[in-house]
Design a binder for this molecule. Structure first.
Ligand code: FAD
Length: 461
């Protein structure tokens, strides 16, 4: 084995092949520290060419490799199996080109999302995907997980931001190209093999991302509605009236709202009414005109009885306070341990009935449990959180999984809306994919990585 480590050292330099206790602990575990394994070595290439040579060497030695980005993934996809080489993309960082005429930015895969957002903003442009982990997660990780976030309803997922990419295959072969065109139907669009494949089919090294005009105005409101059917009616009405400017539509069920406003310090609801809470936002180009359009929409909805209550943010401070309430979700795993969270999607019209049924099932099976339901409902994405205090015995995570995913299967939903499968959801992939789809996934894996060296044990069981 020392021959492989010698070879890797010759490629990237001794300072970038770490072993034993020199490996920082975060490279051995995941965000929630549910899995911890010791890699053979942590290798940190500094260029796409070094990635290709590292992969070729590992392939010759039949050495499994786990790609690692910013390590913010929530399904343990970047946790190395025992004895893997952990391949960190962190040194592969930098913006190579910002092309204002094409509206594109070309970046190395290890560049943090926030760095790319800031570079685009400085040029008056927008990289449209945004998520809470922006400061740590990397573009390569965002591509590998097809990340979503808050603005999907308007701009789509990460897949929709990628125009071109370069990747390295398991045997070290570099593939792909830096396409900048929105239209390019020249044969199979191979970049989609790597987007959302969680590092199992290739290592992303470079990407061309699409940029949008930077919005010049923003209006935000917090509303209360009586039930899910009304939420959908209001959403569809808003989409038809707001001329394509709707950029966020976040829904929180009463269980979420009560927990956040009663237990998270310094959280106050902008409205007094009970019901489903909606945080909605539009982004446009004319502050006065957009606010008039937004206010009219809310007034009409109040008159029609769709809204019980509505508050429009009157300042940036108020807007931030609205979002802080929604983003208080990041407190749950800390204040509510043990806790399990779910990131599912299902046809938007079914979400209300699904939540009702799930709440009933959870109360019946685990009478002392507490739960929260919230999500990017405009994108069919529901998040569920469940907590059961330690006094009620060992946390029944497997039973809760069965309860949530079992019900979801009946609705034809997806066990992963945006976080991916990684290790956490492998056992449930068959709930959302047919045997034929799973067989085709295996065929692709076999074709691109016949030795099963790349991120083994992730996504496919
Ligand atoms: P990592 O965690 O390092 O890796 C994730 C997966 O991608 C692994 O399978 C890894 O092997 C693979 N990978 C990493 N880099 C590469 C590469 N260059 N080539 C090939 N494979 C690679 N996700 C959302 O979708 N929406 C959200 O709103 C959201 N909010 C979040 C908020 C917080 C506070 C946190 C902690 C996480 C959130 N996430 C969200 C999850 C996470 O941030 C995303 O999945 C992110 O895209 C992961 O990027 P990363 O660089 O950290 O990847």
């Amino acid at each position: 084995m020392s021959t492989l480590l010698d070879e890797l050292t010759r490629i990237v330099g001794a300072a970038h092949v770490l072993t034993g206790t020199d490996i920082p602990p975060q490279h051995c575990t995941d965000w929630f520290q549910t899995h911890t394994h010791s890699p053979l070595a942590l290798v940190r290439p500094g260029t796409p060419d070094e990635v290709a040579r590292v992969m070729a060497a590992c392939h010759r030695h039949n050495q499994p490799v786990t790609p690692q980005g910013g390590l913010t993934g929530l399904v343990a996809g970047a946790v190395p199996a025992e004895g893997d080489v952990a391949l960190s993309l962190a040194r592969l960082s930098g913006i190579e080109e910002l092309d204002t005429s094409a509206g594109t930015i070309t970046v190395l895969a290890g560049t943090p999302l926030q760095t790319v957002q800031e570079a685009a903003r400085a040029a008056g442009l927008l990289l449209a995907v945004d998520l809470g982990a922006r400061g740590s997660c990397q573009i390569g990780g965002n591509i590998a997980t097809n990340a979503g976030g808050n603005r999907v309803i308007r701009y789509g997922m990460f897949r929709d931001q990628v125009l071109g990419l370069e990747a390295v295959l398991a045997d070290g072969t570099p593939v792909g190209g830096l396409n900048k065109m929105l239209k390019n139907n020249a044969g199979y669009d191979l970049k989609h093999l790597f987007i959302g494949s969680e590092g199992t089919l290739g290592i992303v090294t470079r990407a061309v991302l699409r940029l949008h005009p930077m919005p010049l105005s923003c209006c935000t409101a917090w509303c209360t509605l009586p039930d899910h059917d009304t939420v959908i009616r209001f959403l569809r009405h808003a989409q038809s009236r707001l001329a394509g400017t709707l950029s966020a539509f976040e829904v929180m069920w009463p269980d979420f709202h009560e927990l956040v406003t009663t237990r998270v310090p310094d959280m106050r609801s902008p409205v007094a009414s009970q019901g489903l809470q909606v945080l909605m936002e539009i982004e446009g180009s004319d502050a006065e005109r957009d606010m008039a359009m937004f206010s009219t929409l809310l007034e009409e909805a109040l008159e029609r009885g769709w809204l019980h209550d509505a508050a429009i943010a009157q300042s940036l401070k108020e807007r931030e306070a609205f979002w802080r309430l929604r983003d208080a979700v990041s407190e749950f795993p800390l204040m509510w341990s043990p806790y399990c969270g779910y990131d599912v999607s299902l046809p938007i019209g079914d979400i209300g009935r699904f939540v009702q049924e799930l709440q009933h099932l959870l109360r019946e099976r685990f009478p002392h449990c507490e739960h929260v339901h919230f999500g990017h409902i405009g994108d069919s994405n529901l998040h569920v959180g469940v907590h059961l205090d330690k006094q009620w015995g060992p946390f029944p995570e497997a039973e809760i999984d069965e309860c949530v995913y079992g019900l979801l299967r009946n609705y034809g939903g997806s066990v992963s809306a945006e976080h991916g499968i990684g290790q956490h959801k492998k056992a449930f992939l068959g709930h959302s994919r047919t045997p034929q789809e799973l067989a085709l996934m295996r065929t692709l894996k076999q074709a691109l990585d016949p030795k099963n060296l790349l991120n083994r044990g992730k996504v496919l069981a």
